[in-house]
Design a protein around this ligand. Structure first.
Ligand SMILES: Cc1ncc(COP(=O)(O)O)c(C=O)c1O
Length: 359
């Protein structure tokens, strides 16, 4: 069976060496030494000013919205994982969906201004599939209308824009280190900001608002992550570069097949460096994607329709007109991609796609 992805597991002995330390210290959670070490190592690797390691990427979004005190309407993308929208609603704000760009599948920055009202306080955009949004255009709009910007960078470990980690852009960027991501800590996430005050506020927020044992600075939540999760991250850091390189080879192998297949691939953002986390393809029609899925599933290959249905169709949001997203989303399929996927398996998948196309 070939699934769309497979979590990376490092050699068990390396993880066990960290577990031994945890047992010896008897310190399991609450800002432990491994959490601190992971934060420092990530800061250095990614060359970012600050970050806070959290228990997942959804809490990261919720803390970001709360820390920026967002109210009213938040402009966002309909083409992302449900957490991007549900976090907005969870924090008592209203998502306003702006259509996506047909080539990158990121929010179409040229359509944002038309959606701004007196109630708009922020833009939450996803760097979909780890491919950066039109960051400069979004920042220019945010500056003009005094809006905050949060980037849902859940897919972006290792992605760069203009030579810097994509996490440095926006008021806050959020990451997911979920098991299926290129870098993972089983469950995990992070917030990134350049603003030390905002960082301090979010540090309180992730720990119930505590500012010392008997003082509470803010309303908080339990956003902490544990030593056993941080340990997985510390081991995985050793392998992340090799895993990224194997995904790049897979990406290039899929690219070679594209000349035989009637599929469109997404346009990578200029001046950016992808992390090759996903291989999304766009079919010509709903019929073509259905035939391909049937053919692949019939041979135990399970790609995923990220992101379908779109967030605009959730039963708890008000619908906005997003014709490009509505047209493209039913035709997008993410092909399998993970560290051990072999070139032969990619040939197998692409031959099945070709067979479905020719049948
Ligand atoms: C775009 C996006 N945002 C947010 C999340 C939520 O992250 P987590 O699963 O770590 O809560 C995901 C999860 O895959 C995601 O794909």
């Amino acid at each position: 069976m070939i699934n769309v992805t497979k979590p990376f597991l490092p050699p068990m002995e390396e993880y066990q060496a960290y577990l031994k330390q945890i047992w010896e210290r008897n310190w399991l959670t609450n800002n432990g030494p491994l959490v601190n070490e992971l934060e420092l190592r990530l800061k250095e690797l990614l060359q970012v000013n600050h970050l806070l390691y959290l228990n997942n990427g959804t809490i990261a979004l919720q803390i970001a919205i709360k820390a920026l005190k967002l109210k009213g309407e938040i402009i966002t993308t309909p083409f992302s994982y449900v957490a991007t929208t549900s976090s907005i609603i969870w924090e008592g704000c209203t998502p306003v969906f702006v259509d996506i760009d047909a080539d990158s599948l990121n929010i179409d920055a040229t359509k944002i201004e038309a959606a701004i009202t007196a109630d708009t306080t922020a833009i939450i955009a996803t760097h979909t599939y780890g491919n950066p949004c039109d960051i400069d255009a979004i920042q220019a709009i945010a500056d003009k209308y005094q809006l905050k910007v949060i980037y849902d960078a859940a897919h972006c470990f290792g992605t760069k824009y203009k030579g810097k980690s994509v996490y440095v852009y926006g008021d806050i960027s959020t990451a997911s280190f979920h098991a299926t991501k290129l870098f993972h800590t089983i469950e995990g996430g992070a917030v990134f900001t350049k603003d030390p005050e905002l960082l301090k506020k979010m540090a309180h927020m992730r720990n119930f608002g505590h500012n010392g044992p008997e003082d509470f600075a803010e309303v908080g939540i339990n956003g902490k992550n544990s030593e056993v999760h941080a340990a997985m991250g510390l081991v995985n850091l050793k392998y992340v570069e090799a895993n990224a390189q194997s995904r790049q080879r897979q990406f290039e192998k899929y690219n070679e097949w594209m000349k035989y297949l009637k599929l469109k691939t997404i346009k990578l953002t200029p001046d950016s460096q992808s992390n090759f986390s996903y291989y999304p393809v766009i079919f010509e029609s709903g019929k073509a994607i259905a035939k391909a899925i049937e053919m692949l599933n019939g041979h135990w290959v399970y790609p995923r329709r990220y992101f379908y249905p779109t967030l605009n169709n959730l039963n708890y949001v008000a619908k906005c007109a997003t014709p490009v997203c509505d047209m493209i989303s039913p035709k997008v399929l993410c092909l399998p991609m993970y560290h051990t996927l072999s070139m032969e398996e990619i040939d197998f998948i692409c031959r099945l796609l070709l067979r479905a196309q020719n049948n």
